[in-house]
Design a protein around this ligand. Structure first.
Ligand code: PEP
Length: 266
């Protein structure tokens, strides 16, 4: 599985011209980065312009929204639907970011509805949590097959935008706790293959003051499958360095998933 590196540009940069320059520079820098999946999440208003600059289907960058609403269309002033994001070429959407919880008063119930709507539009939700309660409430009533489509981003609030990252050992403890919760229904399964498949399919990434120097610690030492990067994604040189360091540290493992190796078991 390739590590996932998600760039959350938040409400930056200030103009479309700057956004294009940043994107172009990242695009050129990561041209040869094949061992990672790079997802850029710009402000909604830049999505269309940036998306039109890439050549699909072989391009190495995917796009994501930074939020979405839970309805498909209608009288919801200021909102953007998952279907609209999909239509613009997004494959991902960040949901439950702590800044939206804090400034927009998003609740776990709202986030849960957004996750369900995103899945319906075939977007991969990147659910940001800082504790197990947010994980449980955010994923409430999701079917096992829906849970497996999520990416969980562990983002301790103290580490976001502060330059004070969570130490990898502590982050790893949380990753283990998340895996236990999200895979818990399958403990009852008598088949070791089912349990293995569940663990393999759940992607958990880390976010909070990640930079080119500490990025590999979260992948190699703490075992996260990727990173959510805020501040460092606005500096193209730093972001490219980060992506290159991660891919150097994790050459693609050509190990096939159990599903690929033994499809009859599933
Ligand atoms: C974020 O906002 O998701 C984030 C991880 O920010 P930063 O990297 O700046 O801490």
């Amino acid at each position: 599985m390739k590590p996932l590196i998600v760039a959350n540009w938040k409400m930056n940069p200030a103009t479309l011209a700057e956004a294009k320059r940043l994107f172009d520079s990242i695009k050129r820098g990561i041209k040869n980065v094949k061992n990672a999946e790079i997802v850029i999440c710009p402000p909604f208003v830049y999505l269309s312009a940036l998306e039109s600059e890439i050549m699909r289907p072989s391009f190495a960058i995917s796009f994501g929204g930074q939020s979405c609403f839970w309805e498909e269309k209608g009288a919801f002033t200021g909102e953007v639907s998952p279907k609209m994001l999909k239509d613009l070429g997004c494959d991902y959407v960040i949901l439950g970011h702590s800044e939206r919880r804090k400034y927009l008063k998003e609740t776990d119930e709202m986030i849960n509805k957004k996750i369900k709507a995103a899945l319906k539009s075939d977007l991969t939700p990147i659910l940001c949590i800082e504790n197990i309660s947010q994980l449980k409430k955010g994923t409430k009533d999701l079917l096992r097959k829906e849970q497996k489509k999520l990416i969980i981003a562990y983002e301790p609030v103290f580490a976001i935008g502060t330059g004070k990252p969570c130490i990898p050992e502590k982050a790893k403890e949380m990753k283990t706790a998340i895996k236990k919760i999200i895979g818990e229904e399958d403990k009852s399964s008598s088949s070791p293959f089912v349990a293995a498949r569940v663990n393999e399919d759940i992607s958990i990434i880390y976010g909070g003051s990640v930079n080119s120097q500490n990025a590999t610690d979260y992948i190699k030492m703490a075992g996260f499958q990727g990173l959510l990067v805020g501040g460092a994604s606005l500096d193209s040189e730093e972001f490219i360095k980060l992506a290159k360091n991660v891919t150097r540290a994790c050459p693609v493992v050509e190990l096939r998933s159990l599903r690929d190796c033994a499809p009859k078991l599933f």
